[in-house]
Design a binder for this molecule. Structure first.
Ligand SMILES: Nc1ncnc2c1ncn2[C@@H]1O[C@H](COP(=O)(O)OP(=O)(O)O)[C@@H](O)[C@H]1O
Ligand SMILES: [Mg+2]
Length: 373
């Protein structure tokens, strides 16, 4: 097929539309022969009947970007060469577009400055970057919470020392007192040690409680499925590590819930993490982890995490929510305990059911947000 020059024009216009790239030419001082390609009009939301003008672009610059752009321009027009600028343009309809502009500056006849440039609309990319940044901030927050578990584990380790000392001194007292003529100053000194060690243990507990109390909660109204989407990258990481499939079964149009999003996300991450570890430890080759949201008959949002691993052994079932209960050599035994206390703070609870035909299922409810009045 042979293209006529007219076609070439159309193809160029189409290419600019696809690439979201427009081009422009203008002169400083303005000699009235400025040019904007159709894509520039579309990008800036300017009516094609308006004449192209770089002043029009300056007028639409986002207030936070305006000074920076003006300074760059005033420097650039003193010489020639290239200028690259990235800014937000606020359209007349209020829509903000992120634009990356590149200009080549040269001297035109008569000494005026000619600027030939391209304007690239990178709004989609910027929006995706922004979403990624927000997700990262969320992950950092979740990571901070995970270290709370580690701190608690460390403190419990510290507690073991004074407790062991107390029991040693108590046994020494027993021994001393069982003799016909007990050495009373020795007994008194052992009792003094017991009191001191008990004080020390008390301080450790006090510190731990203080830490937990000072973690403020931020309850917000949020769509339940967004809680899962926010931590998807973490959940996928666990699924990958256990070579299992991650299935999402999210009910549409659920009511909003009023929760501390970061804390509930921590619960979901903990449960999926446990499921993945169970599948790894069982050597499961066709592992599946399912995160499900449903609306129950009472209109409450229910979240469950299930897997097709070995499930809980009968004796284990009664103890899994106890702090420090773990069946793993590297476990802290805090995941389910912290998850349960987070849910209790939300007036909810975490419960376990065997998943049929195989595996574990942990379920909890989320408090529905009050209807806006
Ligand atoms: N999905 C699951 N499948 C099988 N066992 C589980 C599952 N989730 C939790 N458990 C059991 O509950 C115990 C406690 O879990 P948790 O409180 O998260 O501590 P940790 O993961 O550090 O052991 C685990 O050690 C494991 O025995
Ligand atoms: Mg765990």
């Amino acid at each position: 097929m042979i293209h006529t020059p007219g076609d070439a024009q159309d193809l160029l216009r189409e290419a600019q539309e696809i690439a979201q790239l427009g081009n422009t030419e203008f002169f400083v001082p303005d000699n009235g022969v400025n040019y904007w390609s159709p894509q520039v009009y579309r990008m800036l939301g300017v009516d094609p009947s308006e004449s192209p003008s770089h002043v029009r672009i300056f007028a639409g610059l986002h207030p936070e970007d305006r000074d920076r752009c003006l300074i760059a321009w005033s420097r650039a027009i003193r010489g020639t060469g290239r200028l690259e600028l990235s800014y937000r343009f606020v359209r007349a309809d209020g829509v903000v577009r992120h634009i990356e502009a590149r200009y080549r500056l040269s001297r035109a006849e008569g000494g005026s400055l000619r600027a030939a440039g391209t304007l690239h609309d990178v709004t989609e990319r910027k929006t995706a970057e922004e979403a990624a940044r927000r997700a990262q901030a969320r992950l950092d927050e979740v990571g901070r919470l995970a270290t709370l578990g580690e701190i608690a584990a460390g403190i419990s380790h510290e507690l073991n020392q004074p407790l062991a000392a107390i029991s040693n001194y108590a046994r020494a007292c027993e021994r001393l007192l069982s003799t016909p003529h007990p050495d009373m100053p020795e007994v008194a000194s052992a009792l003094g040690e017991i009191a001191a060690q008990a004080m020390r243990a008390g301080e450790i507990i006090h510190r731990l409680r203080g830490m937990i109390r000072h973690r403020e909660t931020h309850r917000t109204v949020i769509a339940p499925n967004d809680l899962i989407r926010d931590v998807m990258s973490l959940l996928e990481m666990d699924a990958r590590a256990s070579r299992s499939a991650l299935r999402l079964d999210l009910a549409p149009s659920l009511p909003f819930v009023l929760v501390d999003g970061v804390q509930i996300e921590q619960v979901i991450v903990n449960l999926v993490h446990n499921a993945a570890e169970a599948l790894i430890n069982a050597g499961e080759m066709a592992g599946e982890i399912t995160v499900r949201t449903t609306l129950d008959d009472a209109g409450q949002v229910e979240v469950s995490v299930s897997d097709n691993g070995p499930g809980l052994a009968p004796g284990v079932e009664a103890r899994v929510f106890e702090p420090f209960f773990t069946t793993k050599t590297e476990g802290t035994g805090l995941g389910l305990a912290i998850s349960r206390s987070i849910l209790e703070a939300h007036r909810s609870q975490l419960s376990y059911q065997a998943n049929l035909p195989r595996g574990a299922r942990f379920t909890f409810y989320l408090p529905t947000a009050p209807e806006p009045s």
